[in-house]
Design a binder for this molecule. Structure first.
Ligand code: PMP
Length: 392
């Protein structure tokens, strides 16, 4: 055994995954055609495995704002906001996010991943407790671990499991942060937020919701699952990302607690990394405005989501429990899922292979996602490709 031996297993898995000529974890989009199509292995392919829920990545207004920022503010900030200075646009985006959520302040981070790490490590300390949904994203696990707080997992989306674990904490419950996501990105199921909020109130705990996949999707104003469930006042911290419905990169935290202003002094991923490029901030600001001004994007997304979910359910496939823009299609094992993934790609449809250890419950599945930018006929083509592959 030497330092590099640990990669033997990784290399073996990679060889196995590449057997069909292309590794599903390393697909190259040779050319982007639009928000919903790319050239993969020389073939025009429908993208049914993105997080481009509102389809804004090619929006002309977003692109124009990014181009203008490149010309007026340059290519990059070359440093962190704390050490090297704030650009006006970073602060403007924070104020726009705060206004959107109806709170006093917000913090912007360079990615959604660092937003979770930065918020959780600022907020939690040894002696505090976390109740973490078992299927939470890696960045939530990592942030909790790095904070030094005591971490207890509860069963995914299970109110009773959360309640039981909180009861055992007795008077430590008021030093406890309950962490959940809104929409879960693999099976497309969502948290029972109203019930979680009730439990939080009863124990005097705090509630943190990662709305990465729910921003722009749920709620009358697109603010996410907390808005949809009518519990925004009960949610203490909302974290989100710009890399999905807003079509750029970056992340944020908003809260009605004034301490959010102080997180920047305690958050290493804020202090010690470069702030987002001005062009990224510029496209994000326009996307956030469009999310609010164009509710028809959300309506189109849900129309496509319904048609995809019903179409795949009609083929007799085993799907996640909730209809949403993300559909998890379960298969018996990794080989079957991998086989279907390859055949779909050959048929011009790109999906996401999710297999252990990355899958939530050890199952093998294909993640299929829709966008407001998909046409009705593209959604039909995705369903038809599944039916042809399954019949073959
Ligand atoms: N939280 C959740 C729930 C996510 O799914 C992701 C990304 N997949 C992130 C955070 C991290 O976001 P980003 O990719 O913008 O860093």
């Amino acid at each position: 055994m030497h330092l590099l031996s640990k990669f033997d297993e990784v290399a073996a898995t990679r060889r196995q995954l590449s057997q069909g000529g292309i590794d599903p974890t390393d697909v190259e989009m040779e050319q982007m055609i639009s928000a919903t199509e790319a050239v993969i292995r020389g073939r025009r392919t429908i993208l049914a495995g993105t997080n481009n829920y509102l389809g804004l990545t090619f929006d002309p207004e977003c692109i124009a704002a990014g181009q203008a920022a490149l010309e007026t503010e340059g290519t990059g900030t070359t440093g962190s906001r704390m050490a090297n200075g704030n650009y006006h646009s970073h602060r403007a985006l924070e104020l726009e996010l705060a206004q959107f959520y109806g709170v006093n302040d917000a913090m912007v981070f360079s990615t959604g991943y660092s937003a979770n790490i930065g918020t959780l490590t600022a907020l939690l300390a040894p002696g505090d407790c976390v109740m973490l949904d078992a299927d939470a994203h890696a960045s939530l696990y990592d942030g909790c671990r790095m904070s030094g707080a005591d971490v207890y997992r509860f069963k995914h989306n299970d109110v009773e499991s959360l309640d039981n674990r909180l009861r055992r904490l007795e008077d430590r419950a008021s030093r406890t942060l309950i962490i959940t996501e809104g929409l879960y990105s693999i099976l497309g199921d969502h948290a029972p937020l109203a019930e979680f909020a009730e439990v939080k109130r009863r124990y005097g705990a705090f509630l943190f919701v990662d709305e990465a996949h729910s921003l722009g999707i749920y709620g009358d104003h697109g603010r996410g699952l907390a808005e949809e469930a009518g519990v925004e006042a009960d949610v203490d911290f909302i974290v989100g990302t710009f890399s999905k419905s807003l079509g750029s990169t970056g992340g944020f935290c908003v809260s009605h607690h004034d301490v959010v202003k102080l997180f920047r002094y305690a958050s290493r991923p804020y202090i010690f990394t470069a702030s987002p490029c001005p062009s990224v901030i510029a496209t994000t600001r326009v996307a956030l405005r469009l999310l609010q001004q164009r509710p028809e994007l959300r309506e189109r997304l849900w129309r496509n989501a319904r048609s995809l979910y019903e179409g795949l359910a009609g083929l007799g496939l085993t799907l996640g429990p909730d209809m949403s823009p993300v559909v998890g299609v379960r298969f018996a094992d990794r080989d079957q899922a991998l086989g279907v993934w390859h055949q779909l790609l050959d048929a011009g449809v790109y999906t996401n292979l999710i297999a252990p250890p990355a899958s939530p419950d050890g199952s093998s599945l294909l993640r299929v996602s829709t966008s407001a930018a998909h046409t009705a006929s593209q959604v039909d083509e995705i369903v038809t490709a599944f039916s042809v592959v399954l019949a073959g």
